[in-house]
Design a protein. Structure first.
Length: 271
């Protein structure tokens, strides 16, 4: 099975302007396709910007809204799948969401952030309730979560147990938490034996200073590609052969003893 060439768009686009961000996404898709990528991953809330205050509610769209149609057209035009972050409206509720659009423009998966970070997110969003969302893409099982979600080990382990091969994590990771991108993400990939594509925003938005450092971390604990702090289109491969070899060498999932973690001795340790 060939590797899935994956493009990571590290950018904050133009906060408050979905039209400008759709144009930027189209340009990035053209560059990614020219580099042989079959998947383009954008940051958290890329469609609208992250720190946009009450504009979150104003700019929120349904999963099948006009922006989704524009992204679908981009995917079809350039022949690659696209994952993008956006505020999703569902009735009176707004979710911090990410949507995966297949290369033919069909909607492959939609995910709503389950763990909201800080007062800003808790004020403007409703938390999602479905922790594992997956789709099959070019022979790999792709999973989705958003930013803070990856910092909960139980979340990523649930994906590993459900068979996720490549975990897509659009993020808005900020100073002073650089260690998440630098250390936590590669460890998550290794301990769960999967790839993690972690795609961040850059620059300053309101009180937030986004640090970049996007990466594709592999199941062997190495980082196949790492961005700096500026705008960048990073391209790297999620290799099924490396994934299979790493899982044979590191059988963490097979060697687990779940009863020890959930049984009475876990709840009442000896003192």
């Amino acid at each position: 099975m060939p590797a899935l060439r994956t493009a990571l768009l590290q950018s904050s686009g133009q906060p408050g302007s979905p039209a400008a961000n759709l144009r930027a996404l189209d340009a990035a898709a053209a560059g990614a396709a020219a580099a042989g990528a079959r998947l383009l991953v954008c940051p958290e809330m890329f469609l609208t910007g992250y720190a946009i205050g009450d504009d979150v509610a104003r700019l929120a769209e349904p999963a099948g809204g006009p922006a989704a149609e524009a992204v679908a057209a981009t995917a079809r035009r350039h022949g690659l799948a696209v994952l993008y972050g956006y505020p999703e409206r569902d009735g009176s509720r707004v979710f911090n969401s990410a949507q995966l659009v297949a290369a033919d423009g069909t909607r492959a998966a939609g995910y709503r952030k389950t763990h909201l970070f800080g007062a800003f997110e808790r004020e403007h969003f409703t938390p999602g309730e479905q922790p594992v969302v997956q789709a099959d893409l070019d022979g790999l099982r792709v999973g989705i979560m958003i930013c803070y979600d990856v910092e909960f080990p139980e979340n990523v382990r649930a994906h590993a147990l459900a068979g996720t091969d490549l975990l897509l994590v659009p993020t808005a990771q900020m100073h002073p938490f650089e260690f998440v991108a630098e250390s936590v993400v590669p460890v998550r990939a290794f301990e769960n034996q999967l790839y993690v594509a972690y795609v961040n925003r850059i620059g300053t938005e309101g009180p937030f200073d986004f640090v970049g450092l996007s990466c594709l971390a592999g199941p062997d604990g190495t980082v196949a590609a790492r961005a700096g702090r500026g705008e960048e289109l990073l391209v790297a491969d999620a290799d099924p052969e490396l994934l299979a070899a790493s899982r044979r060498a590191n059988p963490y999932l097979a060697d687990r003893r779940p009863a020890l973690y959930t049984g009475p001795h876990a709840a009442h340790p000896a003192g």
